[in-house]
Design a protein around this ligand. Structure first.
Ligand code: PCA
Length: 326
């Protein structure tokens, strides 16, 4: 009796396998921002859509909050397959390839329509570069425009001088140098702690990141310069993607296109909501003075000029494409 049960179980397991030729695929997606941030929420929805589109054959676990890898490690982790998928902040990788930093250049695109056009100009080169690195671009979503947080009023670029200035990219570091601030690289995951311990006195980031980290508890001023609109890229290891049947690949790409559209719409809404939260938290939201605008514009020109010399013909071409369609 015992033996027969065992035989039946073994047979059933064998049949089960035979029917389910293609076992379900499980991917880990490394993400760096808080689970409640709009990018992370969008990833959660993307994951659900992928499961649905592949009839449960591809399931993606989102690891938000830099819990699997820290932001600077995510791209390489996906390249090496330690995580099958991931989300990274592109402009942080400008030293690796100048065009990753395109959307972090000052005043090239300072509203969402322009940012979208910049992305369209950037996208073919971006996909090609990532492909060479063994990564497939699934989608990219803009952060809200980047503006200045500080604990004193900023009326001109001179007011940034000497300030301990949190940076997240080569360009933000270069801007810090040009204004005579003291750049210090800090990931968003460490931002609250850095503020609490006085490591930083000013930074440039989105309304969303300010609200997510309750920056109004530490800083008084948000100067709405809207200097650029950088993006997160969501990518997958190319080999992992190509190992899937065509129908599943198509399902993922459809879910990615939906996530991209949803993410850009959410970003606009989150910007408005976050500015309201900053105000409600007691932060002074200030429009930049003409003097500050003019000073930043000058610095922006220097930074773009420097970028263009390092970005070569490829960079020049993308810039020209963008400017022609702007
Ligand atoms: N928040 C992230 C990236 C850009 C943004 O708005 C940060 O400050 O690190």
């Amino acid at each position: 009796m015992k033996r027969r049960t065992l035989f039946t179980v073994t047979l059933a397991a064998g049949l089960g396998l035979a029917f389910n030729v293609h076992a379900a695929t499980q991917w880990d997606l490394a993400a760096a921002y808080p689970a409640f941030n709009f990018h992370s929420q969008n990833l959660e929805q993307f994951s659900k859509d992928v499961s649905a589109a592949t009839q449960g054959n591809v399931n993606i676990t989102v690891h938000a909050g830099a819990s699997l890898f820290k932001m600077p490690e995510i791209k390489r982790a996906v390249q090496g397959g330690q995580a099958q998928a991931g989300e990274f902040f592109m402009v942080s990788f400008q030293n690796e390839w100048p065009l990753f930093g395109l959307d972090g250049l000052p005043f090239l695109a300072s509203n969402y329509d322009e940012a979208w056009k910049l992305y369209q100009a950037q996208r073919p080169a971006l996909e090609k570069k990532l492909d060479q690195q063994g990564i497939k671009l699934l989608y990219a979503v803009a952060w809200p425009p980047q503006s200045i947080y500080s604990n004193k009023p900023i009326n001109s670029v001179e007011d940034l001088k000497g300030m301990k200035w949190r940076v997240y990219s080569p360009t933000t570091a270069r801007i810090g140098e040009l204004v005579g601030a003291q750049p210090v690289t800090i990931q968003e995951a460490e931002l609250t702690q850095a503020l609490a311990t006085g490591v930083i006195e000013g930074l440039i980031t989105s309304s969303a990141t300010g609200a997510d980290n309750k920056l109004y508890e530490q800083m008084k001023y948000f100067t709405n310069v809207q200097a650029w609109i950088p993006k997160n890229a969501v990518v997958v290891n190319k080999k992992a993607f190509e190992a899937l049947p065509k129908a599943e690949q198509d399902g993922i790409l459809k879910a990615a296109a939906d996530a991209e559209a949803r993410g850009w719409a959410a970003s606009r809404q989150v910007d408005a909501d976050s500015i309201a939260k900053l105000k409600a938290g007691g932060m002074q939201v200030i429009e930049p003075s003409d003097e500050l605008r003019a000073g930043l514009a000058k610095i922006g020109d220097v930074v773009i000029e420097e970028w263009t010399t390092t970005a070569g013909d490829e960079g020049k071409q993308v810039l020209a494409d963008y400017r022609a369609n702007k």
